[in-house]
Design a protein around this ligand. Structure first.
Ligand SMILES: [Zn+2]
Length: 331
């Protein structure tokens, strides 16, 4: 790794990037399996994900969809070669998926038909990965071998779907095994959300995110960072679900935060990286869907009048590498 040529790439154009983690039941079965999770996953398959795609395409917006690899399929592949891994509760990772399930019998786990729609959408949407089975790569229990296998399964799907240097989102944003990510041919990843000032402790970071949501604080703009050929594009703002105490956050505060990000990039330049889970639109539906509809309409208008650019993570990564000094590209 050539450390001296790695680093931030200056990015002054007002740019919006939207990344969407599509996971259905894979996203939280390991700690919250139950009827509510299955209902949320089913709703996302039938309504949440298609509605979000419709909002984006109607407004002329392209987004990066980081999809759990297994859900791109119509049933589990042969898992014989995978090193076994268990949930914190001690069950085999794949044991929650009903045996012999397909998209027709278990749409809570599989969405091959939606991924086909996604790949054919206009304007073009980027199909990337959110792990193969949502194993938490930053979990110290995940061995280098299991991480490599997880990412090779993604690489195999990428070849099948002709995805070049796909973008990647770490399950739970828990970064780990970057070498394996690189070896699997991924081009970029979404790093943890940028903060106004460094907060090491997890409790402080979550207190900050609560305050940011409640007070509607202005999001932080980001710049791409080249890390030995991989491009890290950190998040600016996660649109969190309207459940628990967060259902008391007024929709106008949520929309206000999103709009302040658009204002900020127009005034200062830089990247506003919004990310979300379609699954989270389920709670208090249709509140979040409406907030996002307003945000996407505004972003679409600004993009149509060339006041901002709306790019996918993959497009940002390619431009960032092209702008970097030659040795960084070759690293
Ligand atoms: Zn996830």
């Amino acid at each position: 790794m050539n450390v001296s040529t790695d680093g931030l790439v200056a990015w002054n154009e007002p740019t919006l990037v939207i990344s969407i983690d599509l996971e259905l039941a894979w996203g939280s079965f390991d700690h919250a399996y139950g009827p509510e999770l299955l209902a949320m996953a089913r709703w996302t398959h039938d309504h949440g994900a298609p509605a979000l795609l419709e909002q984006l395409t109607q407004n002329g917006l392209s987004a990066t969809w980081a999809v759990v690899g297994a859900l791109m399929l119509d049933g589990l592949p042969d898992l014989g070669r995978l090193e076994p891994f268990s949930t914190p509760g001690g069950r085999d990772w794949f044991s929650f998926v009903p045996p012999g399930a397909t998209e027709r019998t278990a749409p809570e786990w599989f969405a091959a038909s939606f991924v086909r729609r996604l790949a054919e959408a206009t304007p073009k949407q980027e199909v990337g990965f959110h792990g193969f089975s949502h194993v938490i790569l930053g979990d110290p229990r995940v061995t280098a071998r299991r991480a490599r296998q997880e990412l090779e399964m993604c690489a195999e799907l990428a070849r099948k779907l002709s995805l070049e240097s796909p973008s990647f989102v770490f399950p739970r944003n828990s970064v780990g095994h970057l070498d394996a990510l690189r070896a699997a041919g991924m081009g970029s990843y979404r790093g943890p959300d940028a903060l106004l000032f460094p907060l090491r402790r997890r409790s402080l970071r979550s207190a900050w995110s609560m305050a940011a949501d409640v007070l509607g604080l202005r999001p932080v703009l980001v710049q791409p960072r080249i890390e030995a050929g991989l491009v890290n594009i950190p998040g600016s703002l996660m649109v969190r679900y309207a459940a628990g105490w967060r259902k008391y956050i007024p929709d106008s505060t949520r929309l206000g935060r999103l709009r302040s990000g658009l204002k900020l990039i127009r005034r200062r330049g830089g990247i506003f990286h919004v990310w979300l889970h379609p699954e989270n639109l389920f709670f208090e539906h249709p509140r979040l869907e409406r907030v996002l509809a307003d945000f996407h309409a505004e972003a679409g208008d600004l993009a149509a009048s060339s006041k901002i650019r709306v790019l996918t993570m993959g497009q940002i990564a390619r431009e960032a590498l092209a702008r970097a000094p030659a040795p960084a590209r070759a690293a």
